[in-house]
Design a protein. Structure first.
Length: 159
């Protein structure tokens, strides 16, 4: 009768079975992504496997939940979800972009012999004030008007 040795090779140097390690070859937002390892799957210590002290020990629940997690990073010695920073576009920059759309509309109006509606003229004035810095109180751009062009008096008389 042989004695069954139930002690695994990893139990002395790896107190947990499941680990995450910093995979510095793949970064997300400048942070390493986690690599995951079940040390019990190896018959012997792989040469590439970091020391237990250089990895993050995982519970079985964390190990089982890892595949449903997206955008994971290693930060502050733990696996976390990466949240990309919100890029805030300054209002003056938004107004400058809106001015490009206004210019397109002005070109179309001129080509078609039409003029801007009163709502569009008010929109142009508001956007111009924001873009130039004259308006420092607005916190958002006004909504684009639904009606941009109207037939000019000359078009109506000849049409």
């Amino acid at each position: 009768m042989t004695e069954n040795n139930t002690t695994s090779w990893w139990s002395a140097t790896y107190p947990q079975r499941y680990y995450a390690y910093s995979n510095t070859e793949y970064l997300l937002g400048g942070y390493p992504t986690p690599g995951y390892v079940d040390v019990a799957m190896f018959a012997a210590l792989p040469t590439w496997l970091p020391a237990a002290s250089d990895m993050i020990a995982l519970t079985e629940a964390a190990w089982n939940a890892r595949s449903s997690s997206v955008n994971q990073i290693v930060k502050d010695t733990e696996v976390q979800t990466y949240n990309a920073p919100v890029v805030v576009v300054p209002l003056k920059t938004q107004a400058a972009t809106a001015q490009a759309w206004i210019q397109q509309q002005a070109n179309l109006a001129a080509a078609m012999g039409e003029v801007f509606t009163a709502d569009m003229k008010a929109y142009v004035s508001a956007i111009s004030a924001i873009a130039s810095g004259a308006d420092t109180t607005s916190t958002a751009l006004p909504a684009q008007p639904a009606d941009v062009m109207a037939a000019s008096a000359a078009t109506t008389a000849t049409g």
